[in-house]
Design a protein around this ligand. Structure first.
Ligand code: XBP
Ligand code: MG
Length: 258
């Protein structure tokens, strides 16, 4: 029987709540700097999150609210430039103190490494955003904990397409049945499932009402020994937080029933 060999993590919403007080603020700073009258409040940003990828999200916003912006011959270049400025602002924000990781993330990653599990990342966000967050919020050397970091434009089709997960699996030379994926959103879950990965969902502030059909469990977060997670769906096998032992139990069960 296939044994559990690797854990593949999404970033935004899964490792930390980076959207409202991270990415959103960085987009707004870029718009202001460019002299644009655009402002994404927290509610509007929730709607725009339907589209993954920052450049794709700016374009989606324009289609709905400023279609004339897209009619200009240099629209693509301007979106690229706005997004580059957004990334600069996001990195500054992270460097100024990081964004706290979700409960249980750092603990589970340390435990998984000690248990010999391989770690990887599959995200739509820009690569530098991932490495900065890992460094600021997990550990200075945390980038080296991950064998593969699949991020941003390395694949043309972003989540919900499975491409970024397939890219990571290919790099690791692993079958999806040897891995578990960690996601927080419906788009992320769709991507992971379409790549054949058993997926655990932990909610984030913008994804509480998402449809998580297909996830083997849905939790508020990974929990800590002194801070039980809330279980929306799934069998915790009597445990109050997620650890490697529970991941192995879930994985065995999933493979047996496939
Ligand atoms: C993350 C995203 C990203 C970030 C912004 O989704 O959708 O677009 O919001 O990042 P997921 P960039 O968690 O499913 O990977 O601006 O760097 O694209
Ligand atoms: Mg996410």
């Amino acid at each position: 029987m296939e044994t559990l060999q690797a854990l593949i993590f999404d970033v935004d919403g899964t490792l930390a709540d980076t959207e409202r007080d991270g990415h959103r603020l960085a987009f707004n700073a870029a718009f202001a700097e460019a002299g644009l009258p655009w402002h994404w409040d927290a509610a509007l940003y929730g709607e725009l999150l339907a589209v993954t990828g920052g450049k794709e999200r700016i374009r989606f916003f324009c289609e709905k609210h400023y279609p004339e912006f897209l009619e200009r011959a240099d629209a693509d270049e301007r979106i690229k430039a706005l997004h580059a400025a957004k990334t600069r602002h996001y990195l500054e924000l992270i460097d100024q103190g990081g964004i706290p990781l979700q409960p249980g993330v750092a603990r589970l990653m340390r435990e998984a490494r000690a248990a010999g599990l391989r770690l990887a990342i599959a995200t739509t966000t820009t690569p530098e955003n991932v490495t900065s967050l890992l460094k600021a919020s997990l550990a200075p050397e945390a980038e080296s904990w991950f064998e593969v970091i699949g991020a941003g434009d390395v694949v043309p089709k972003k989540k919900p397409a499975p491409d970024i997960y397939l890219w990571v699996l290919e790099k690791m030379k692993l079958s999806p049945a040897a891995c578990l994926a960690f996601e927080d959103s419906a788009n992320g879950l769709k991507a992971a499932l379409a790549a054949g990965l058993p997926t655990l969902v932990t909610e984030s502030e913008y994804t509480l009402d998402h449809d998580f059909t297909g996830a083997f469990a849905v939790l508020s977060d990974l929990g800590e020994p002194d801070k039980p997670c809330e279980v929306r769906r799934g069998d915790m096998h009597g445990k109050t937080f997620v650890n490697v032992e529970l991941l192995r139990l879930w994985h065995e069960e999933i493979i047996r029933n496939r």
